[in-house]
Design a protein around this ligand. Structure first.
Ligand code: PLP
Length: 393
């Protein structure tokens, strides 16, 4: 295969070699079901507990028994919001979230609306930040859940989670945060931030896909959404994904150990990429405030479509993504970019590069060499650009 420059680490990351090595025995000799009582199952069982301790310590949880393993970040988000909404239905049916959540949160909220819940979708400002005062004024007597993303996955912008947590706690409302893009990338402290429920997912920090966790603060009422077994304290049924959970534990431990140094390295690479693009390409705009998780670059290129940019980047072996949640048949503009007030035209020309631990300076150089001619070529074929030039003349 020819050269691949992978700059889509916000979509997923590769499993680190050490993590894979740590998982392998549990596909093989140590395959026992950790729920079994014989001694042959005691090693997988002990490792499961070990992983729980690692996750708890990485997010500052008071106890390992507050960590529940799930099958995806999506499941954790579904469980947190749905489970808390139904468990607290006697208090009310009002939920507060934002317009630029991940679809796992947005679609859960939409589904709850069809069950008679009312949802307030707060708008971020143009820099991609939710104002805590807006959260405060949206709270009503019947509000049961507030869900605000920790780090937005398209923009990389860090939200004022500590302030929102303080407000939620003082008003007696359950606070969930989708921290899938935050954990093992920036410091996360569930106790200090008054977080009641927190979602994280292994494959966003060099762990395996299909394994994740939900932090449930002790005392928070939440109903299960998956039934059929006694696993996870009778709260989340299904045979444990033992190798996956062990991989999650290792990945979060390695991630935390190198977090600071890696953030510094990625911020340097990111600056180089941003500076290079802004200097080398006219009519480019960097989106989102500078209070951000390391590595994420979201840039709009006027007059052209991100689909075409990504295709031409792909020919060069460069993997990036559009801001939009396009699938093959819909070309809808990203709800995140629209939420920060961008026009459809501008949103449609947006590309996200997300750097990760396997990117090097030479990757950045490669992109900086490949991108300007791609943008120029597409603009030369763009009727919008032609109109713009004529208008200028
Ligand atoms: C990736 C992601 C999810 C979904 O996690 P999966 O494990 O892929 O289901 C949820 N929220 C955010 C912010 C994400 O980036």
């Amino acid at each position: 295969m020819k050269k691949i420059v992978y700059m889509d680490n916000a979509a997923t990351t590769p499993v680190r070699a050490e993590v894979l090595a740590g998982m392998l025995p549990y596909f093989g000799n140590d395959f026992a079901n950790p729920a079994s009582k014989y001694r042959f199952a005691s090693k997988p069982y002990a490792e499961l507990d070990e992983a729980r301790v690692k996750v708890a310590s990485a997010i500052g949880a008071a106890g390992a028994d507050e960590i529940y393993f799930t099958g995806s970040g999506t499941e954790s988000d579904n469980w947190a919001i749905r489970g808390a909404a139904f468990a607290n239905i006697n208090k009310g049916k009002h939920i507060i979230t934002t317009a630029f959540e991940h679809h796992a949160v947005l679609e859960t909220c939409k589904n709850l609306e069809s069950h008679g819940f009312e949802v307030t979708y707060l708008l971020p400002d143009k820099n991609g930040r939710i104002n805590p005062a807006d959260v405060e004024s949206a709270i009503r007597a019947d509000t049961t859940v507030i869900s605000v993303i920790f780090v937005n996955n398209e923009l990389g912008v860090i939200q004022p989670i500590e302030e929102i947590g303080r407000i939620a706690r003082s008003r007696g409302v359950i606070f969930h945060t989708d921290a899938v893009q935050a954990v093992a990338h920036i410091p996360v402290d569930v106790v200090g931030c008054n977080i009641d429920l927190l979602s994280l997912s292994a494959h966003k920090f060099y762990g395996p896909k299909g394994v994740a966790a939900l932090y449930i603060r002790k005392g928070v009422k939440i109903e299960p959404i998956i039934f059929g077994g006694m696993q996870e304290g009778n709260k989340r049924a299904g045979t444990h994904n033992t190798p996956g959970i062990i991989g999650l534990g290792l990945a979060i431990e390695y991630g935390l150990a190198e977090m600071e140094a890696e953030a510094e390295r990625l911020n340097k690479l990111r600056s180089k990429l941003v500076t290079g693009i802004m200097q080398g390409i006219p009519f480019a705009k960097l989106n989102g405030s500078e209070n951000r998780a390391p590595g994420v670059v979201n840039i709009s290129f006027r007059f052209i479509e991100s689909e075409s940019i990504l295709n031409l980047l792909d020919f060069k072996g460069i993997c990036a993504s559009s801001g939009s949640a396009c699938n093959s048949d819909s070309l809808e503009a990203s709800h995140v970019l629209l939420a920060i007030g961008m026009s459809h035209e501008e949103a449609n020309g947006t590309v996200r590069f997300s750097l990760g631990r396997y990117n090097t300076e030479s990757d950045v150089d490669y992109v900086l060499e490949a991108l300007p001619p791609i943008i120029e070529k597409l603009r030369n074929m763009s009727p919008l650009y032609d109109d713009f030039l004529r208008g200028k003349k």
